[in-house]
Design a binder for this molecule. Sequence first.
Ligand code: ADP
Ligand code: MG
Length: 694
Amino acid sequence: MLDALFQPKSIAVIGASNRPLTIGYRIIQNLKDFGYQGPIYPVHPKNPEVHKIKAYPSILKVPGEVDLAHIVVKNTMVPMVMEECGQKGVKFVIINTAGFKEIGGDGIELEKKIVEIGRKHNIRIFGPNCQGIINTDEKVRAYANFTFARPETGYISVLAQSGGVGEVIHQRLVDLGTGTRLYASNGNAADISIPEILQYWATDEKTRVIILHIESLADPRAFMKVALEVTKHKPILGMKTGRTELGARAVVSHTGSLMKADTAIEAVFDKCGIISFRNQEELCQAAIGLATQPVPAGPNVGIITNTGGPGIIATDECIEAGLSLPDISEITRSFLKDHLFAEASVSNPVDVLATAGPKEYGAAIGALLKDQGIDSVMINFITPFFVDCEGVAKEMVRLAQDASKPILAVIMTDKKRKGEVVKIIKDGGIPVYDLPESASRALGAMTKYGEYQRRPDEKIVGFKDVNKVRVKEIIDQAKKEQREFLLAREVIELLEVYKIPVVESVFINNPEDFRQIADQIKYPVVFKVDSQDVVHKSDQGGVVLGINNEQQLLKELNDFRAKFTGPDVRFVVQEYLSGGKEIIIGVNQVEGLGHLIMFGLGGIFVEVLKDVSFKIAPLTEHEARGLIQSTRGFAVLKGVRGEAGVDLNKLTEIILRISQLVTDHPEIRELDLNPVLAYNQSGQTKVVDARIRI
Ligand code: ADP
Ligand code: MG
């Protein structure tokens, strides 16, 4: 319960100051200016008054109860002050003071110490090295923070790890004329954590949207557990900056090398249904859309415009944002024919023409809201001087009143002279955008949230036909022999006992071995080297494809024996698979998070385009399919231009079995199936090369 932090009945400021350029001054100023509803108790060793408010020499001398105390004294003084807060029975402290964990060395010790003191006295700590909180609720009006944004009361709450980013986002929302609800930036988060705040905000009725900025996650699993629940009924818009502690460990696998610094965080966001942003402006614009409008039930947008060009831009941008513009229904079409000007275009986008006034706009909006095939409505309005623009604005607001579909307005106008038009629409609760680009992106994000919300609540169903014990034995054996990589034959067996199809392979060392199997070989075959020292076999001439007869194979065997001479060198004769699509499936373990599963098409898709996607194991079937679908190469897998696609069910199954394999065996650090050759007929799809690191 963070009530006394976000709705404090009284606030003390320990380290209050009369010097204007100090935090101890600024906090009191902010509390006063914002109209804090409870008593403020400045604590100052000498001054009888700070900011013309009666001050006390110590927190112990404060007469009333203290819910929340800001601590802004020097870092080394904080433990002593915390002890006094303990004696006083203070419930929460916001430690603005810096000089703790973030400076390393002594700072780390100091932070541990204050956490201990907090535990001992039952004081919850917000910070240290942080800004503080804001609550704009009329009954509270706590600006317990030293920043400068002057928020209006609203429905968007901002939670930021970095105070700098949080403040900029907050200010931007203010500039966009949007109110905010709660704000928190908790710095080092020694005690009260981001998940705890999220959980509390989830229960705050007036918070409709949460904006979240993070740099790193102290405990990704705890975060995910909370965020996944919150996003089911409240959107979280996430922004990640800077380096992440979730970066990949030193990697040797292909999968690892394809991971970027923010891959893990992106995967966390995706797993929890957090909409991810790289751009603060887009983040704010989408937040406003979600705070004011219903969530779109699907991707189908109906666009209304009064000039062609902006309608086309809107269309392009919507498509780019992953939305679609379906045809409008016959009923809608004939209704519009009757109610719009004769020259109007009654398809999607609907061009009502420049002369359209309240009546025409009203007809078009009403019709699209009714059309079953439309999930959201975007209205473009360039304000002509010969039209009753205020009337159009009022008509929009009237129709939006009880609409169950979101409406976004793009008002292209001279804002100084036509400010009233914008004001009517905004006051009516419709978000107003300057350009179709920003509205489209906001709508794209809103739609994405809808998709997240509608995700099936699937359980992870494990395959029963796997042999977990055998895999454990294989791994234990490798551990005992202090091997980091599993041997090729171990990898094959391990995949086989998890029913992951592997190409048929025979291992040989010399011509004698070969003679024993010669009769069973069905040509064409592939001949490969197998050795711990040869990581990329084909780069070193260790893969020969399409060998058609025994003579050729013997020649390669002799060549290989001369070329590869390490102590563990062996050779593999493999069934040659022709014409499949090369797929790469990989796994990389990330500290504190678990396994990230990667999927991509091989060849240029991965080498040049780096076209891969990642998700966190264990995967549901929906997620496994999403993993495949979110690569650009997906079109190729489905089949393009008459070329057959591949059996996607089989690929999905392989991904799910891999997900289960690594979840069952956390010792597996990296795994590369590179490639899997995929075919239209499921029985043909097989792994031809695999590596596993433990
Ligand atoms: P490496 O990745 O170590 O170079 P691979 O075993 O993956 O070695 O072989 C290199 C390439 O040869 C593969 O990416 C694939 O295109 C092709 N290849 C390998 N084995 C087979 C096979 N059994 N059938 C068909 N093509 C194969
Ligand atoms: Mg390979």
